[in-house]
Design a protein around this ligand. Structure first.
Ligand code: FAD
Length: 315
């Protein structure tokens, strides 16, 4: 069976759930081979989880250049691996960085790329969300090696025992890849909350919060949830962009999504409408979010959220 390269998304020494989802899709097409870019010891440590989810090999590229420069060095590496191994497909997470790496590598190898995939079939065709998830289209790359960027939470990761054999990659990026150097990395204060795209519960706030996210955060903490935000809240500077849910933010698909003071614009829906249960709190009973909600509360979020938090804490 042909290899399928899977670019590993990892942080703080942990492989992200989205990568395990990619491995599940990759097994439909061929033999998954994970590509881990980072510290050699971290690659070794990640190999166990990757092997348990079907990665036959884990290619570890640990040249320090990858940590010093933005995406171009990663793109060179991925293109070189594609040229050398001629895989059946390359799967990456549809986040902004990995999507850019894949797009650059696809250009270098004369290949086509499909983004925002939500399903991947054995023949490499994908179901893709377009126009802010208004339509699903089925597409297939017609040239070169198919590069596919898959939205997180598109499937449940399925364990499958495989070797997870670590292989060091000796490829060294050229000077041409050293275009944008990272000069400073600011450490984020740890919130203790789960990662937004992986959380089972997300509580999001919008313009209706007026910039005061305390009630949103309190409910999130009582539920062990991640905090999300609408673009209006992010654009106003009330919450960091990394928490934005929607077409130009993150795609989430938790068991429970709580939208507080969010109207339900199509671009917001694009990032949360596949949530299993949606609860909306809005003081306007005609807000479009209620068309989508499984459970709606017409009311002031500053009254409703604290009551919900008290009720959860009392359990
Ligand atoms: P509003 O639409 O202003 O809604 C605020 C809601 O809060 C209203 O329904 C109001 O009734 C309610 N409210 C007010 N006070 C209270 C209160 N005290 N209690 C309860 N309810 C209250 N948006 C995203 O979210 N994510 C994206 O990724 C995104 N990408 C975009 C990409 C493009 C190309 C474009 C053009 C737009 C994008 N948008 C995105 C913006 C989107 O169109 C909306 O403008 C945005 O989602 C609105 O945010 P909101 O619901 O918080 O604000």
């Amino acid at each position: 069976m042909s290899e399928v390269l899977v670019l590993v998304d990892h942080a703080d020494g942990k492989v992200r759930k989205s990568t395990l989802e990619l491995l599940t899709f990759a097994r439909r097409i061929g033999t998954p081979v994970a590509v881990f870019v980072g510290d050699a010891a971290a690659g070794e440590a990640a190999a166990a989880a990757l092997g348990e989810h079907g990665a036959e090999k884990v290619l570890v590229a640990s040249d320090p250049v990858y940590g010093e420069y933005l995406v171009s060095a990663h793109a060179e590496l991925l293109a070189a691996l594609v040229q050398e191994r001629q895989p059946a497909a390359v799967l990456v997470t549809a986040g902004s960085e990995d999507r850019e790496i894949a797009a650059r590598a696809a250009i270098k190898t004369g290949s086509g790329i499909l983004t925002d995939a939500v399903d991947v079939a054995a023949d490499g065709s994908v179901s893709q969300q377009v126009f802010a998830a208004s339509y699903n289209v089925t597409s297939k790359v017609a040239q070169g090696v198919p590069f596919i960027a898959v939205k997180p939470n598109s499937t449940a990761p399925e364990p499958a025992a495989a070797a997870g054999a670590v292989e060091a990659v000796s490829f060294a990026p050229t000077d041409a890849a050293k275009t944008a150097r990272i000069v400073k990395v600011e450490e984020k204060a740890a919130s203790g909350r789960p990662n937004l795209t992986e959380a089972a519960i997300v509580v999001s706030g919008g313009r209706g919060t007026g910039g005061d996210f305390a009630a949103v955060e309190a409910l999130a903490d009582s539920l062990g949830a991640a905090v999300g935000a609408s673009r209006a809240a992010v654009d106003a500077g009330w919450y960091p962009h990394s928490h934005q849910v929607g077409q130009t933010g993150k795609a989430v698909s938790p068991q429970l999504y709580v939208a507080a003071g969010i109207s339900g614009a199509i671009q917001h829906r694009a990032g949360m409408q596949t949530s299993k249960n949606i609860v909306a709190i809005n003081k306007d009973d005609e807000a479009p979010i209620f068309e989508l909600a499984d459970f709606g509360v017409v009311g002031d979020l500053f009254q409703v959220l604290p009551q919900a938090t008290d009720a959860v804490n009392a359990r």
